[in-house]
Design a protein. Sequence first.
Length: 288
Amino acid sequence: MAKKRKYTKSNSRGNTRKSKCMSNIDLTICILIVLSILLGFLIYTNSGVIGVKLNEILGGMMGVTRLLLPIGILGVAIKLACTDNEYVSSKLIKFCVLLISISVIMCVIQISSGELIPSKEISESLKDAYYNGSQGKGGGALGALLAIPMAKLIGNIGTIIVCMGIAIILAATTFGVNVSELINMIVEKHQEKQENKKEEKLHEKDVQTLFENEFKDLKLDEIIERKSENKWLIDTVKINEEILQKAGLKKENIIDCEICSVCNSDLIHSYRVEKEKYGLSTAIIGLK
């Protein structure tokens, strides 16, 4: 019985610790969400004295990367709320390194365009980077501090490749982005687009063949214009004019309103716009 009591007591202590830990995480998540909203308001609206000063300081240090700060903090909070198996400090450190990597990339772009001159004294270059960052350009002094020596060591392109690799890895680990699934989705989308293009080409060829068979008694060389191997332009207005003339209507009595169905698909039906949902409309005016 004594052993049983001890076990129950130990178990209750474990539950108490666990509940305290959960409450701490909940509190942290709430603080991060409130902080992200507050930073978003101050940074994006540039509101008040604090907003102006904060934009100047964060811009000088991080450049345009400061705009990602509120979004990233909110993302960290959401990720913690979904999976609480990682320390908050670890997530925030990863996010900070991610922002620095992006700032370095922005500064390297400035170096390539000549806006930031690395040949100056490092202190002068940092001042220029801080000023540009406070004006909403580049990656700020923090990005320049790493970008200048890295660009000298491995070149501009090498620095961008390294920082992009770091940024992708940190984005994946910080926000739980599945890189393999993302790549797979992009490849599938590309393949689907290519298949749709092939289908469109086949459809255009089928349409061209149908027109040739249906209106073979007309002057098709004036009606169908071949633009490429699998693309034709068919003058349907010309077809209608010739059909009406063959029916006995005088050419001077035929008027083309020159209204494009694609450009005015909100007024009239257009197969090219509506595809399988297209409708048909016909208007006949007769004079006795």
